[in-house]
Design a protein around this ligand. Structure first.
Ligand SMILES: Cc1ncc(COP(=O)(O)O)c(C=O)c1O
Length: 415
């Protein structure tokens, strides 16, 4: 049943997470719904179980009706992001002329790395972190150095200081690839933390690249701070898109944004990189930032409800699993180490998104619930699973109930 909340003008606006039924979702052909057998509830890859936001669907429909499917032109996407960033985050000196379109956030990160680092140089990441940070950085011929998060899941300045020092030993032009908000923990970095990062990066001579794809998904109680608004971040870059917050991963188009002292570097971005995003992608992402705010607010309310529901469900069905409420994103990072599941392996290679081991394998086999396996997120990930709660409360409830039963059956069968 769809839940409805009255809006200011009296109409009823619906939680986007309750709009689609399971049979409808199973008709989707994206990887979330097709990688596993039809009896599996997929709560793994970062796709949401929502219909398109109406302004995005309308913009795409008009383009299709007009046959407006040629090559992209202009700066409407960056202008829409700039207005959204000013309104939501107070980013008032956002410069459209310091941006460039890139095919997607990960390709944008790789292209920025090519501008400011050399092959063999080190790229520091805070583990556990989004697995493609390992895969794409290594594929681009750079060396990943880990600075593990602290026990409170926040960035650890002492670990970063040490990693930045080591990074300088690899080559002339190291970088720090930051995830803000952080995937998989859902931490939204605070301004004072970001200022400390800027000071440290400046002291060690590292360029900072901030992945801000989850920025619009700061949940109630948290405030997102764009890295480029922080003192000391003038020579840094941010990469972002509407992809996560409006579920547009299939409509490729992202933006690279340079701080004032990085604009000259961004100008060196080869023209052909800007040919990667599709015109329809740019139309969709522009509409999301320009007119998708009210829909996003309904989504954030729904996600807030789900993060509380998840807490209740875990307490009931999986009381030994530890969960820090995420401050942003729709990802929950669940510490399953106390379940004592013999994973049969404690290492595993970070970066391979589809690799499933440990507790995630047990939940897949016994609960028929697909989660992301913690070990692919790097050091600190073994024994964890990442659960995507951008789904209906009904599916979330079914999944966690099944996971609870699975643990009972698992323990009964292994004595
Ligand atoms: C932190 C982070 N960066 C990048 C991406 C992927 O973005 P894109 O598809 O635009 O490369 C994701 C997807 O989940 C993500 O979580």
């Amino acid at each position: 049943m769809a839940s409805a909340v009255p809006s200011a003008n009296g109409s009823t606006a619906q939680n986007p997470l309750t709009r689609l039924t399971l049979p409808e979702l199973r008709q989707r052909t994206s990887v979330k719904w097709r990688r596993y057998a039809p009896d599996v509830l997929p709560l793994w890859v970062a796709e949401m179980d929502v219909p398109l936001a109406p302004p995005v669907a309308d913009a795409l429909r008009s383009a299709i009706d007009l046959g407006d499917t040629g090559y992209a032109h202009g700066t409407a996407y960056a202008e829409a992001l700039g207005d959204f960033a000013a309104q939501r985050w107070g980013w008032n000196d956002f410069r459209v002329d310091h941006t460039t379109v890139v095919p997607d956030v990960m390709m944008g990160i790789v292209e920025v790395l090519r501008l400011v680092t050399d092959p063999g140089d080190a790229v520091v990441v805070c583990s556990p972190v989004y697995p493609p940070f390992y895969a794409f950085v290594s594929h681009a011929g750079r060396q990943v150095i880990e600075a593990p998060l602290g026990p409170d899941q926040r960035m650890d300045l002492a670990a970063l200081d040490e990693a930045f020092r080591r990074a300088r030993e690899y080559g002339r032009r190291p970088a720090f690839l930051m995830c803000n908000p952080h995937n998989p923990t859902g931490i939204v970095h605070r301004r004072n933390e970001l200022e400390a990062i800027a000071e440290l990066a400046c002291r060690h001579g590292l360029r900072v690249i901030s992945d801000e794809i989850h920025a619009p998904l700061a949940l109630p109680g948290a405030h997102f701070t764009p890295y480029l608004t922080v003192a000391g971040a003038e020579n840094a870059f941010a990469l972002t898109s509407a992809s996560k917050a409006w579920n547009l991963a299939g409509l490729k188009a992202a933006l690279a944004v340079a701080g004032p002292q990085a604009a000259a570097d961004l100008n060196r971005m080869p023209e052909e990189v800007g040919h990667g995003p599709s015109h329809l992608g740019i139309i969709a992402h522009t509409a999301a930032f320009r007119a998708g705010g009210p829909w996003l607010d309904l989504l954030l309310d729904g996600l807030d409800t789900n993060r509380t529901l998840l807490e209740t469900l875990l307490a009931k069905h999986l009381p030994s699993v530890r969960y820090h409420r995420p401050e942003g994103t729709y990802l929950a990072w669940l510490d399953c180490t106390a379940l004592g599941i013999d994973t049969g392996r404690s290492d595993g290679e970070p970066g391979v998104v589809s690799d499933v081991a440990g507790p995630a394998k047990m939940f897949l086999d016994r609960a028929r619930v697909a989660l992301s396996s913690g070990h692919v997120f790097g050091t600190g990930g073994v024994g964890f699973v990442r659960l995507n709660f951008a789904t209906s409360p009904a599916i979330l409830t079914d999944a966690v109930t099944r996971m609870g039963h699975a643990v009972e059956v698992h323990h009964a069968s292994t004595g």
